[in-house]
Design a protein around this ligand. Structure first.
Ligand SMILES: Nc1ncnc2c1ncn2[C@@H]1O[C@H](COP(=O)(O)OP(=O)(O)OP(=O)(O)O)[C@@H](O)[C@H]1O
Ligand SMILES: [Mg+2]
Length: 239
């Protein structure tokens, strides 16, 4: 069961939106998805309360540093994918989640502060990798990309990050009304009314392409990873 965390030390980078889009699309594809809501602001838990039970989705709230590992172990029994939404911080819970993840997604909007928040997460990953002698696969996800941003500009950003050895997800998450509305309406992109939400078909297409790319990188047969097990040994909590 792949564990995928969304992290950026800067608030408002698009973590929760990207995490929810991925989780709901994976569920739409028929996978059982657990979302661990490790953000004290509990946006995903509120979305879940508003939405009511959702097919293939389970949301775990009330997460602490001490309980995170147990939650992940429990999810491994019931879910095909676990998605962790983290606060815009660089604290103990973020550090623990990064160390227990099979892949860390770092959402970045095209602004300098977001990039700095992303750099803080990249530094933290580097530190855990060095101290724990393990490898934590990670990628930057470009978010809130507008149609004004040309493919050429995106390719330039991608090239720049790749030159520094940072992988960038091919599918950027576009700025869409539907991605905001999901938190106000509840449900998923697939339960929304296309007559009421502009460009819903494009939003669905974008979220699907993002999820398919993640599924290709992290097929469900990936078992609880080597890095996570080694991290647990390093923190003296071998499972
Ligand atoms: N692709 C998008 N299209 C439209 N609006 C978006 C998109 N991504 C994020 N937003 C909006 O931007 C704001 C911040 O996004 P979000 O809550 O996902 O960021 P976050 O990184 O989780 O923030 P925090 O650090 O506070 O948890 C929200 O109002 C959200 O609706
Ligand atoms: Mg958030």
């Amino acid at each position: 069961m792949p564990v995928i965390s969304f992290a950026n030390a800067k608030g408002g980078a698009g973590k929760t939106t990207a995490a929810l889009l991925l989780a709901t699309e994976l569920a739409q594809q028929g996978f059982r998805v657990a979302i661990i809501d490790a953000d004290p602001q509990h946006w995903i838990s509120q979305w879940h309360e508003l939405s009511g039970p959702q097919r293939n989705i389970e949301v775990i709230s009330e997460v602490s540093v001490a309980s995170l590992q147990g939650h992940i172990a429990e999810c491994a029994r019931t879910a095909d994918y676990t998605v962790i939404d983290l606060a815009g911080a660089r604290d103990a819970i973020v550090t623990t989640a990064l160390g227990l993840s099979d892949h860390v997604m770092i959402p970045v909007q095209g602004c300098a502060m977001d990039a700095r928040g992303a750099a803080q997460i990249l530094d933290l990953i580097g530190l855990i990798e060095e101290k724990g002698r393990l490898s934590i696969p990670h990628s930057v996800v470009l978010t809130r990309v507008t149609s004004m941003v040309t493919t050429r500009a995106l390719l330039a950003i991608k090239g720049l990050l790749q030159a520094r050895g940072v992988n960038v997800v091919n599918t950027p998450i576009v700025e869409r009304n539907a991605f905001r509305e999901i938190f106000d309406c509840g449900g998923t992109l697939h339960t929304m009314d296309p007559a009421k939400i502009s460009n819903l078909d494009r939003a669905r297409e974008n979220a699907r392409a993002f999820a398919l790319e993640v599924m290709r990188v992290l097929p469900v047969r990936v078992v609880r990873s080597q890095p996570a097990r080694r991290f647990l040994r390093v923190v003296g909590n071998a499972a």
